[in-house]
Design a protein. Structure first.
Length: 535
């Protein structure tokens, strides 16, 4: 008879009652111990180690005892987890699936002493999934009930709890003015009216060593008492609490508590904040203004809005996104676009230079582009460029020399540029049907160059007789034979092709993926034709 090592896990969502001599955790453990004893004939034996999480929610797996239990399961110290009810283990269906994966990998299982399930059977898994779905539903309903209760409290002007705000103390769950802190609140409001600058207020408070509100939590921990930062000051200046109001989800209600700041002082501060916000917004708009802002649209007619993202090392990337994508809700239309701004700007700038006979180095501003371009529309495989009628005398056919379609209309001229977004030098750019981008970056493709060098080295090793076969060399290089066979043809590229790659002047289509997914001909002329050097 195989011995099964059983570990009991107990959990309680709140700390209420845990200080009692006999609490919920004890009751759960007693029930589980009794069940294990009843299975002694099956070889079940209790693990002495306790795994108890008091005061931890079942809505997530961030529980110290439970993490320790899963670690012991993975180490092979535990064969069966015994719980009083399944919701003690988790209330989340997604978390439950993660737990099952850990148990399956360790060939372990779990048992609920009040709900008889066997996780090793498919029917048991189905029943558990249904049960956990209802447990999660119950948790979400409870959350909704709590939110509804909080909303009702706010509408009645009651404080909903949380961190005690500076200027008030909490007495019998109500806000009572703290006279000393109220003086500080008025000081902050008055200084903002005088200075109009939050940074100067912060410096003044720090110079006097005035700190944020300090209080003791229910657990006895000391909280607050830190130096003031700009964020907390802005929060104070915009907080309706200080004029005796409660704000909740954009709505403002009259509160039960007394006001600290006069209505006149409040309105002066709000006016100052609004003026400063307008100034900063205009500065940011000037800084972030992009070349095609206001004239670029997607194929559905949605205006495309400039957006930005910040990545590691503070690199900033700019995009044009269909307007519905900029909102908070995820739109259902999968045809909406979000494209890198440089990709479309370079192709429009190229056409603008040719329309105005500007030199290749010419740079255009947003206003200059607007004098030339009426509208830009982005489609999947082409770009429509509408230019003003005043440019109708230009020799449009020399614009690109590719296959732009030119249509003269009564009020403007329509240029259809056949181009598709593709990856070049690790960046998305628009490339025309011949495989060329209108603007070359002259950036060498390091990945392609590295693999060309590797191909030459491998070829030399085989031709010198050091290795008798590709299979033998692949084993020595610790790579697959298939990978080596894809890379080796790069050693036979034409010298002028290799030279252009080293200079970064190769056609945009010519990257490592393009070369290794096609059979490269040995004829250099055929190579030039395949890789986009000749028509």
């Amino acid at each position: 008879m195989n011995t099964k090592r059983c570990a009991i896990y107990t959990r309680k969502s709140t700390e209420e009652g845990l200080d009692q001599e006999y609490n919920s955790l004890h009751a759960q453990r007693d029930a589980c111990e009794s069940y294990i004893k009843s299975q002694a004939h099956e070889g079940w034996r209790l693990v002495k180690k306790h795994y108890d999480d008091g005061g931890f929610s079942g809505g997530n797996l961030e529980r110290p005892a439970f993490k320790e239990l899963l670690d012991d399961v993975e180490r092979g110290y535990v064969d069966v987890i015994v719980v009083y009810k399944i919701d003690r283990l988790t209330r989340s269906l997604m978390d439950f699936s993660k737990i099952i994966e850990v148990l399956d990998e360790a060939e372990a299982s779990f048992v609920s002493v009040t709900q008889h399930f066997n996780t090793t059977s498919s029917m048991g898994r189905l029943t558990l999934n249904v049960l956990l779905s209802f447990a999660q539903f119950e948790r979400e309903i409870t959350g909704e009930r709590i939110r509804d209760k909080l909303a009702a409290m706010k509408r009645k002007g009651m404080w909903g709890g949380g961190t005690p705000p500076l200027g008030y103390d909490v007495v019998d769950k109500k806000l009572v003015v703290n006279e000393e802190e109220a003086k500080l609140i008025n000081h902050i409001f008055e200084r903002y009216v005088e200075l109009g600058n939050v940074a100067d207020i912060v410096l003044g408070l720090r110079a006097k060593d005035i700190r944020t509100k300090s209080w003791v939590s229910k657990k006895g921990n000391q909280c607050g008492g830190a130096n003031f930062q700009r964020g907390p000051i802005y929060h104070i200046l915009k907080n309706h609490l200080y004029i005796g109001q409660i704000q909740y989800k954009g709505e403002v209600y009259e509160g039960e508590h007394k006001a600290i700041v006069s209505q006149e002082l409040w309105e002066k501060v709000q006016a100052g904040l609004a003026d400063n916000r307008k100034v900063h917004t205009n500065k940011r708009r000037d800084k972030d203004s992009t070349l095609l802002e206001g004239i670029i649209f997607d194929s559905k007619g949605n205006r495309m809005t400039p957006t930005f993202s910040q990545k590691k090392k503070k690199l900033r990337y700019s995009y044009y996104a269909s307007q519905p994508l900029v909102g908070y809700r995820k739109p259902d239309d999968k045809n909406l676009m979000r494209i890198p701004a440089p990709a479309v700007e370079e192709i429009i700038t190229d056409r603008a230079r040719k329309l105005t006979d500007a030199p290749a180095s010419a740079i255009f501003t947003n206003d200059e582009i607007r004098r030339i371009v009426k509208r830009v529309t982005i489609y999947k495989d082409f770009i429509e460029l509408e230019v003003y009628h005043g440019l109708a005398n230009v020799d449009f056919q020399r614009l690109a020399g590719n296959d732009d379609e030119i249509t003269h209309r009564p009020d403007d001229t329509l240029i259809r540029i056949r181009a598709t977004l593709r990856l070049r030098d690790q960046q998305l750019v628009f490339i025309d049907s011949n495989g060329y981008s209108p603007v070359k970056t002259n950036t060498p493709d390091a990945k392609l160059i590295k693999n060309i060098a590797k191909a030459h080295r491998w070829t030399n090793l085989i031709e010198s007789g050091q290795f008798s076969s590709i299979r033998q060399l692949a084993k020595a290089e610790k790579c697959s034979e298939g990978y080596m066979r894809r890379i080796l043809p790069l050693a036979y590229l034409a010298p002028d092709i290799i030279e252009s790659i080293l200079d970064g002047n190769q056609p945009p289509r010519l990257n490592l993926q393009y070369c290794t997914t096609r059979e490269l001909p040995y004829s250099w002329d055929e190579q030039r034709k395949l890789l986009g050097y000749t028509a």
